[in-house]
Design a protein around this ligand. Structure first.
Ligand code: SF4
Ligand code: FE
Length: 490
């Protein structure tokens, strides 16, 4: 692993100068700009754990390609143990950062592409798999961060990619050359895009034959000519300048993954970095495998965040003098219960993992969808209970400017302190953390990251095997299994 720790990762980002805009201006250095630096530090934690004695076993793996030690975030899962270790690692990272550390998206893209490229080659005799392994060895050896780029803008969602009035609403190949392809379009919601080294482009949905120019998987550096990123606004992002560090909620890491638009304006991708070109029948597999891996993650990274939130609220109740009230204990119990329920889902879909023909392991897709669907509910319920226990004073809490004002600072200190002997700043800092973790943009990711709730419901019904369930019921009461489905008279 060339990049051995967080500092080396941060240093590596200073050398690549991708084109990034934020609030209409170019960001020259993502590692120092107040809007992006917290996300850089959160991602750096994935590097830091790999070099720590305590977490090395979780954060690293042995490459099945080279036998060398690599970051787990560049590893192809070889067994169930790998899947479970990833889940444990994500929870620890959620606990240590209190936010999205972004690197899982590329990891899931790597795992999905690995198995799909193999299967395309088996069918067509192409050499995508060999190309991909070569690229992946480079990623593993250099220890690079990859952004998994799947979600397109999609334009008119009632139309397929090829039917769009604007053909660029989905990333597509505009020219095939002897030495590679030219791609155009954009990807949205690119978690960690601005602080990654490489982009792994994948199709966003199942494609039909007329959309074959949209069935493309390829990799390119973030600073490839023609790539432009626009970094998203988040609630309270103006609070991140130095003066307002208490108001920002967390000292170092931000409270939600940094998302960006990545636009591809006629970008050249050389042949050796193309891993799918036109094989539309494999687009459902790449989308579904990527989504299932990422949905499995949410019961781990988000439970890490919930651990922090539950801890914050519990401490707040202690320093407000409410910790011993029976309803507080009951609501705290409920938050822990919900959090561990989600974690169980992540462990379960990993424990039920299965090998694809390539040897790469997949999670159980039904359980992964159930896991993510539950995150869209239970994380919100945990947040609701946290806000309930914290109390309404968060909505009135004055800013750090008032806290440090010579005129009114003494009033803020006096009226926003809690139990005697506890520094007033403890209560204010913890309250801001709870505010940041329960409001603004933080929960949007739990709802829509890894696919909106309806995407999981579609898969849950599809994989629910209703026919089998009907047969079970029939068998128990003695109805012939072959008796047909009744026709409904109109
Ligand atoms: Fe990783 Fe969770 Fe962020 Fe997705 S939301 S990139 S799984 S930390
Ligand atoms: Fe996410």
């Amino acid at each position: 692993m060339k990049l051995r720790n967080g500092a080396e990762y941060i240093e590596s980002l200073r050398k690549i100068h991708p084109i990034i805009y934020y609030k209409g201006k170019r960001i020259e250095d993502v590692t120092r700009h107040p809007a992006t630096a917290p996300h850089v530090r959160a991602a750096a934690m994935t590097y830091a754990l790999a070099s720590s004695k305590e977490y090395r076993d979780l954060a690293t793996a042995t490459s099945h390609l080279t036998g060398r030690t690599i970051s787990r975030f560049t590893h192809v899962h070889q067994n169930v143990e790998d899947l479970i270790k990833k889940i444990k690692l994500l929870r620890v990272l959620g606990q240590k950062t209190g936010t999205c550390f972004q690197r899982c998206v590329g990891h899931d893209g790597i795992n999905a592409t690995y198995s799909v490229a193999y299967e395309i080659d088996q069918k067509y005799g192409t050499d995508y798999f060999e190309r991909f392994k070569e690229w992946l060895t480079h990623i593993q050896d250099e220890n690079l961060m990859v952004v998994g780029a799947m979600t397109d803008p999609k334009g008119d969602r009632s139309k397929s990619p090829a039917e769009q009035a604007d053909p660029d609403q989905y990333v597509h190949i505009v020219e095939r050359r002897d030495d590679g392809i030219i791609i155009r379009g954009a990807k949205l919601h690119m978690t960690g895009g601005v602080n990654s080294h490489e982009i792994l482009v994948m199709p966003t949905t199942a494609m039909n034959e007329p959309s074959r120019d949209y069935a493309v998987i390829c990799a390119l550096p973030v600073n490839a000519p023609g790539v432009t990123m626009i970094f998203g606004r988040q609630a309270s992002d103006d609070r991140r300048d130095k003066m307002e560090r208490i108001d920002a909620g967390t000292r170092a890491f931000g409270t939600v993954g940094g998302e960006a638009v990545i636009a591809f304006e006629d970008v050249f991708v050389p042949t050796e970095r193309i891993f799918m070109d036109g094989q539309t029948e494999f687009t459902p597999a790449i989308v579904y495998r990527f989504a299932a891996h990422h949905r499995a993650n949410y019961g781990a990274c988000k439970t890490g965040l919930m651990d922090v939130l539950i801890g914050a609220v519990s401490y707040l109740t202690q320093i407000q003098g409410t910790a011993k009230a029976s309803h507080v204990r009951d609501k705290t119990t409920e938050m822990i219960h919900l959090c561990e329920t989600l974690y169980s889902s992540s462990i379960a879909c990993s424990a039920e993992g299965w090998p694809t023909p390539s040897g790469a392991y997949m999670v159980d897709t039904m359980l992964a969808n159930v896991c993510k669907q539950n995150v869209t509910r239970l994380h919100f319920e945990v947040a609701r209970l946290a806000v309930d226990l914290a109390g309404g004073f968060i909505a009135t809490l004055p800013s750090q400017y008032d806290l440090e004002s010579e005129d009114v600072g003494h009033l803020v200190k006096k009226y926003f302190s809690g139990v005697e002997g506890i520094p007033y700043k403890h209560r204010i800092k913890i309250a801001r953390l709870i505010e940041a973790m329960t409001g603004g943009t933080a929960l949007v990711e739990s709802m829509h990251g890894a696919g909106s709730p309806q995407a999981q419901r579609v898969m849950i019904l599809r994989e629910g095997n209703l026919d089998k369930k009907i047969k079970l019921a029939k068998a128990l009461v003695g109805i012939p299994l072959k008796s047909g489905t009744p026709r409904i008279r109109k």
